[in-house]
Design a protein around this ligand. Structure first.
Ligand code: ATP
Length: 357
């Protein structure tokens, strides 16, 4: 049995099924993300785990203990929300000490623990400040310190970076991952932002319309999505209409039309048959232009429709006979620059062409 188990968890609000028979097992110390678009049921799942909502069906266990109907304060779970929820009339020290005071810990212990928590989140010396004297990133550090100081068994993070600007979000996602690693706390992170989930998680559950669609490591989710929805939701994608012409246990061949047939891979979670109409997923960064060798890589002829300079990369839109393919090329001086109308040959490794149903 895993440390956290959600077994066939369902939540209905009237006729809306917000969460539909979701099964998730989370290991101790894991950084686990629930990822999906707005309304997919991720917050509802988190709230059932925290004890703010009771499931309509199913069971939740933590460390073999059934917590399905336990009140939030008895679950050993700490939660950080998008809104920092810091008390404005109490200073940072008081905010972080709050849970310890409630628990009746003595003053000396409280001082020691709060100072350790301030150091842990990089805010040593900020104890006397008030909320209005903190930046967004600092407020979120206080919110995290306030939870970590009570040493919960599980940390829940509900879109904690949404209120921050882009630069701060980038910084904080690495920082949160570092803290989680050093504390070793089992963490469940809710987000609609695929880059946050890919950067921080050990594993990700992708949800849509109340259902869990795929559960896997960031690499599995990004490189072998089990559906068109996931391929398009996570990262940029080219999805080319294709037809399965042959398959075996290791891979398959697909017909892209215009006499082009290429080998491809598919996820073991996908059931595929000969003659299925599918999408061939090619990530823009996996496609290269103009092969210089004669190797047997999958390839296709095309013409540059347009080019967009994006600093670190150049992004080309290439028209082939019946497809349009976006290609991202690193902006390096040794790579020849191409312009609209140039004839090109596209190629990619067999591993990076993935079939999605
Ligand atoms: P967001 O990122 O926008 O918060 P989400 O993925 O977290 O989205 P949920 O908040 O879990 O989605 O909502 C899932 C579905 O359940 C939605 O259709 C929502 O409208 C519905 N829902 C959530 N809470 C309630 C409620 N208290 N009463 C009725 N319907 C609700």
């Amino acid at each position: 049995m895993s440390f956290v188990e959600l077994q066939s968890i369902t939540k209905k609000f009237g006729s809306t099924i917000a969460v539909d028979k979701v099964d998730i097992s989370i290991e101790k110390g894991e950084f686990f993300s629930l990822l999906g678009p707005s309304g997919c049921g991720k917050s509802t799942t988190l709230r059932m785990l925290a004890g703010f909502l009771t499931p309509s069906e199913g069971r939740i266990t933590v460390n073999k203990r059934d917590i399905t109907y336990l009140p939030p304060e008895m679950r050993g779970i700490g939660i950080v929300f998008q809104s920092y929820a810091i008390f404005p009339h109490i200073n940072v020290f008081g905010n972080i000490a709050f849970g310890l005071v409630e628990r009746g810990e003595d003053k000396v212990t409280i001082k020691r623990k709060v100072e350790a928590a301030l150091e842990q989140v990089g805010l040593t010396g900020y104890g006397e400040r008030y909320e209005r004297e903190l930046s967004g990133g600092q407020k979120q550090r206080v919110a995290l310190a306030r939870v970590l100081v009570i040493e919960p068994e599980i940390l829940l993070l509900d879109e904690p970076l949404s209120a921050l600007d882009k630069k701060m979000r980038e910084e904080m996602k690495f920082w949160i991952k570092d803290i989680q690693k050093s504390v070793g706390i089992t963490t469940i992170y809710v987000t609609h932002d695929q880059s946050e989930a890919l950067t921080m998680s050990d594993r990700i559950a992708v949800m849509n319309e109340g259902r869990m669609l795929q559960l896997g490591s960031p690499i599995e989710i990004y490189e072998k999505p089990s559906s068109r929805f996931i391929a398009e939701f996570i990262g940029d994608s080219n999805l080319l209409d294709a037809n399965v012409t042959s398959l075996d246990n290791t891979g398959c061949e697909v017909d892209l039309g215009n006499g082009v047939t290429v080998p491809a891979r598919y996820s073991e979670h996908v059931k595929l048959n000969k003659n299925d109409r599918v999408g061939l997923l090619l990530r823009p960064e996996m496609v290269r232009l103009n092969p210089t060798d004669q190797s047997e890589l999958p390839r296709m002829k095309g013409e540059i429709a347009d080019e967009v300079y994006q600093g670190a990369i150049r992004r080309y839109r290439v028209k082939t006979g019946n497809h349009e393919i976006v290609v991202e090329v690193p902006n390096r001086p040794e790579l020849a620059q191409l312009s609209q109308g140039d004839s090109v040959e596209l190629y990619w490794s067999t591993e990076s062409g993935v079939v999605v149903p």
